[in-house]
Design a protein around this ligand. Sequence first.
Ligand SMILES: [Zn+2]
Length: 190
Amino acid sequence: MTKDKIILPGDQVSTSEELLPGEGTFEEDGIIRAARVGTYYVDEKHRRAIIKPLTSIPVELKKGDIVLAQVNSVRSNMVIAEVIHVIGKNRMITGDTNGTLRVSEISKGYVKDPSTEYAPGDIIRAKITQVRPSVQLATKDRDLGVIKAICTKCRYSLNKKENYLNCDNCGNKERRKTAIDYGEYDIKKF
Ligand SMILES: [Zn+2]
């Protein structure tokens, strides 16, 4: 894994046999995963895996920002997602990061139930449509939607096929409102 690659929450960076989980990581079933957006770094002296934040200068969310957010919960008429990164800012976020994505703002087509489009743990690229009194998100455009999702059965990363996401581990097939570049972490888009 190269140092300059952007790491997303949930990405595997190492194993507990190789390293200890350090700052910005957590361990799960012997796998060390990222807990935040950043770059991967190994503290050789202490044999720890670390995810460094892109920078530590805080930024406030603004209307029109394109952000990365992690889906926390999916309700009957909305999705709750935590904003984790502002694209192009390379900074930590200050203030309210708890975003709401209403069912009508998910896709250009009609969506009846948000759970057909998003699942908890998904990393989505979204546009901020309002900051106050609450952070509102939209994912209607083609470049917005899920960029990374894990299998709801076995938690393995899902791969995009023509019109569905496939789990190469257990064979599960899932549906999402994906961004056009699902699965490709283009550094220019961070
Ligand atoms: Zn699976």
